[in-house]
Ligand binder design. Structure first.
Ligand code: ZN
Length: 370
């Protein structure tokens, strides 16, 4: 049987669930004063009820996350969080299990705003101060903001792995290796030598002898959707580029890489791919989206270059894969929707996709260098 307090808490929830966060919080404050309850405790309980109701409506974990069975019993309710037990495999789970939200106590609106700030490239400091001003989140530090931003970026990066169809143009681009934020620098050109911090512009000679590059394999199809994969340090062979991307091709797709279009500039290069199935000239003529495939590929490279080296002010190479996947997801989103995600609805729909993806952040990764 439910206690008197629980009934009131749930009844209050129904009244305030549509309120903006500040009003929501104010209502909880009045409620906890009236009922002589601890405000912070109540806020976290009512936030959990609110979140759970939203997850229920979205159908998150409506089947067992371990085996997919829809047969369950309610196992326990702790701090308002329902724990289910699967009748088939016996494992227990909550609606939060397996999602990126598993350990969060934040209100839905804070999450959506946080995602919005992440998507629009706000700095950690700006995200932190925005959460403080808009939501009175005074107990969030720099490290938390970094970790949660990285979780979102990681999940979006995993979600960027789509299949490319029709005509696919593959290529490679190299980006200067970066060890931004690391204390112990590694010399990737020669592991035995010291890697000095780089400041200012390097001479061409120094650039050639000292600077290591990371190769990124890129593929863009005739609809404009793309896949970008970090291959590793040094120049990627055409074979490597194809192998890094072949899993993302629909069976009926045709691939090409421009062998007659070899270019080398300071930061970008295009390499031929031996596995090209169509003649480059034929592919060049193919003008599906108003741009030839090689133009689309070069545009993609320019966008990568801008995102990594300017917008994100050089991403550390160890995080490059995650940031690149995040970039890919956002770029493909723009192709699908014909615009940037600017409205709250757009951001909210991306947030719902994140939750529904069932992808969680891998705990094996280390943040030792923070
Ligand atoms: Zn199960």
């Amino acid at each position: 049987m439910e206690t008197f307090e629980q009934i009131n808490r749930h009844a209050l929830m129904q009244l305030i669930e549509k309120l903006p966060y500040k009003d929501f919080k104010h209502a909880v404050l009045l409620f906890s004063k009236m009922e002589k309850l601890d405000f912070n405790e109540e806020l976290s309980l009512i936030t959990a009820i609110d979140f759970q109701r939203r997850l229920e409506r979205l159908g998150v974990n409506d089947t067992c996350p371990s085996c997919g069975s829809d047969q369950y019993t309610i196992h326990a309710i702790r701090k308002e969080i329902k724990r289910y037990r699967c009748k088939d495999c016996g494992k227990t789970y909550t609606l939060f299990s397996g999602t990126v939200l598993e350990k969060t106590k934040w209100h839905w609106d804070i999450w959506v705003r946080f995602l919005e700030l992440t998507i629009h490239g706000y700095s950690l400091k700006d995200i932190q101060s925005t959460l403080e001003t808009e939501f009175d989140c005074t107990n969030i530090n720099h490290k938390t903001v970094f970790l949660w931003r990285h979780k979102l970026i990681y999940v979006l990066a995993q979600m960027s792995k789509i299949k490319l169809t029709n005509y696919v143009h593959m290529d490679g681009i190299t980006i200067r290796e970066s060890q931004k934020g690391s204390r112990a620098l590694v010399n990737y050109k020669n592991l035995k030598l010291e890697r000095k911090p780089r400041t200012g512009r390097l001479s061409i000679k120094k650039e050639a002898s000292d600077v290591a590059y990371t190769t990124i394999a890129t593929a863009v199809d005739s609809s404009g959707h793309c896949i970008c994969n970090v291959i590793g340090m040094g120049d990627g062979e055409p074979e490597d580029i194809f192998n890094a991307l072949k899993h993302y091709l629909e069976d009926d797709s045709n691939t090409i890489s421009p062998s007659s279009n070899k270019q080398k500039t300071q930061n970008t290069m295009t390499e031929p791919c031996e596995k090209a199935l169509l003649a480059f000239d034929y592919f060049k003529e193919l003008n599906v989206t108003g741009m030839s495939s090689s133009d689309m590929s070069l545009k993609l490279h320019a966008d990568i270059q801008k995102f990594i080296c300017q917008d994100m002010a050089n991403v550390s190479t160890k995080y490059l894969e995650d940031y690149l996947g995040f970039f890919t997801y956002m770029r493909n989103w723009r192709i699908d929707h014909g615009r940037c995600p600017l409205s709250k609805n757009d951001i909210e729909s991306i947030f719902i996709d994140i939750i529904k993806s069932g992808i969680n952040y891998s705990k094996k990764r280390s943040f030792a260098s923070l």
